[in-house]
Design a binder for this molecule. Structure first.
Ligand code: GLP
Length: 247
């Protein structure tokens, strides 16, 4: 486990984007796993800058997002498809046909979840998966209590997660969807490298994830089972860690 501590969210974005860009340059048809939420925004801004100013090429990149709200129209500004389009896909030379976000409006959700897993398998798996973390230790929308072996499925969002995300829905929790489709913890653990990003307010969640017991009560604690994890932490997110890590 590597832990890189930086000051600001912009510094975190620069470090994370550099790690991703290096890997993308080394491997054509790179399979990049993406996360949403506020935390990775600076990373996506920096990747867009590297595309514009340093010829970072996305033409053969394939992406898979962790999750999507159920029953939120795809054109809603807070759908994760919209988020990815505006923060990254519309700013780089990616082929949108190579970008995958779970379809929260799929008629047969279970069949779609299975299909999503097969798409990942068909391209040889995810090379690097970007992750954020919820205050309760969730990754993607795999909430506490999800099996550590879980696969992509429809999940119920906890009250706390809906409260945390109400800021994206005019601070009205009633507008926050109740369910989502999320990669499972088992799915996430199969990515070659995991790149965890965390900032303000996440110190307790990061300490539980990295140094607490490996338990379904804290889905991110499953990272301790993975052989190649890089955490980039800003704004005090690493302040409650007690062990020594290589940067
Ligand atoms: C969201 C997403 C997660 C994200 C987390 C933290 O609900 N489903 O993928 O990592 O919550 O979000 P933020 O970065 O905005 O704190």
């Amino acid at each position: 486990m590597r832990v890189i501590k930086v000051g600001t969210s912009e510094e975190m974005g620069a470090v994370a984007a550099q790690i991703i860009a290096e890997r993308m340059r080394a491997k054509p048809h790179f399979v990049l796993g993406l996360a949403t939420g506020g935390t990775p925004e600076t990373t996506y801004a920096e990747l867009a800058r590297l595309h514009a100013e340093a010829a970072l090429d996305f033409s053969t990149t394939i992406t898979f997002n962790l999750d999507e709200y159920v029953a939120l129209p795809i054109e809603h500004p807070e759908s994760y498809r919209s988020f990815m389009n505006t923060r990254l896909f519309d700013k780089v030379n990616i082929n949108k046909a190579n970008t995958h976000v779970p379809d929260g409006n799929a008629e047969d959700v279970d069949a779609h979840c299975l299909e999503y897993e097969l798409w990942i398998e068909d391209v040889g798996g995810i090379d690097l998966q970007v992750l954020g973390i919820g205050h309760n230790g969730h990754i993607g929308f795999a909430e506490p209590g999800s099996s550590l072996a879980s696969r992509t499925s429809k999940v119920k969002l906890t009250q706390g997660t809906r409260e945390a995300n109400a800021r994206f829905f005019e601070n009205d929790i009633n507008k926050v969807p109740t369910h989502a489709i999320s990669m499972g913890i088992g799915t996430i653990l199969e990515a070659e490298t995991l790149l965890m990003l965390a900032g303000k307010g996440k110190a307790d969640a990061i300490a539980a994830a990295l140094e607490g017991p490996v338990t379904a009560k804290c889905p991110a604690s499953a990272l301790q089972l993975h052989p190649d994890v890089i955490c980039v932490l800003c704004e005090g997110a690493g302040d409650k860690l007690t062990l020594e890590y290589q940067p």
